[in-house]
Design a protein around this ligand. Structure first.
Ligand SMILES: Nc1ncnc2c1ncn2[C@@H]1O[C@H](COP(=O)(O)OP(=O)(O)OP(=O)(O)O)[C@@H](O)[C@H]1O
Length: 218
């Protein structure tokens, strides 16, 4: 066991080992401070998405996992996925099609925020936060790739996450958009003091993230 203080803020992965049969895919202990990024790199099949699945609570049962996932001192290792409050972003923005931007964002708002006006105000604020002010009424199908990525980010932030788990979220964007989007995501994480785990194949993402980078072995 690694001797680590578990009550500090941020995301702590303590003595995590993930196996598939006899193969050890992941073996690590890492702490990600609020607002900081841990970048996970490594070749295809190394286990990057598997690690995200373990943290988010959606690890396929073909894997054996041990170790603890601790967020702001709370041990969530055995918690149901929906109670972990992980904000997930993937390559694909996964927006609900043929629904307005505001409709997509409304879905993410916690149920304890009541009243249409209060909910709309939060949606509008979230849209301003990702520089999409005034686009609430648009059908998501009519948005550009970069705009869809911003809506996906706004939706995740509205869900009041305790951490961000990002699986190659910039890889479908072209070079210029990719740079803008990663700056926006990292800025929002710092602003909201969210620890971030970023899976990527792009060393430029790791460099822009500025935190620790680990490389999983094939
Ligand atoms: N449901 C599953 N059943 C069996 N093997 C699986 C399953 N999911 C993943 N694997 C295997 O586990 C290993 C790790 O997969 P994982 O998706 O975590 O890799 P990755 O590093 O994210 O790869 P990529 O960069 O291609 O996304 C791979 O060998 C993969 O084939």
């Amino acid at each position: 066991m690694t001797d680590i203080v578990t009550d500090r803020a941020g995301l702590l992965l303590q003595d995590v080992v993930i196996r598939h049969g006899d193969r050890v895919l992941v073996a690590l202990t890492q702490h990600v401070a609020p607002g900081e990024v841990l970048t996970v790199m490594g070749p295809s099949g190394a286990g990057k998405s598997t690690l995200l699945g373990f943290i988010g609570g959606f690890l396929d049962p073909v894997f054996d996992a041990e170790g603890r996932v601790i967020v702001d001192g709370d041990d969530i290792t055995d918690a149901a996925p929906e109670t972990r409050h992980a904000g997930l972003l993937f390559q694909d923005p996964l927006l609900f099609p043929h629904m307005s931007v505001a409709g997509n964002l409304m879905f993410a708002l916690p149920a304890d925020i009541r009243g249409h006006m209060a909910r709309m105000a939060l949606v509008d604020e979230a849209l301003r936060g990702v520089e999409l002010e005034g686009l609430g009424a648009r059908d998501t199908e009519t948005l550009s790739g970069g705009q869809k990525a911003r809506v996906a980010l706004a939706r995740v932030l509205l869900s009041r996450p305790r951490m961000l788990l990002l699986d190659e979220p910039f890889s479908k964007l072209d070079q210029a958009l990719r740079g803008q989007m990663r700056e926006l995501v990292f800025a929002k994480a710092r602003e909201s003091r969210l620890p971030v785990l970023l899976v990527t194949h792009d060393p430029a993402d790791a460099q822009a993230a500025g935190g620790t980078t680990i490389t999983l072995e094939p």
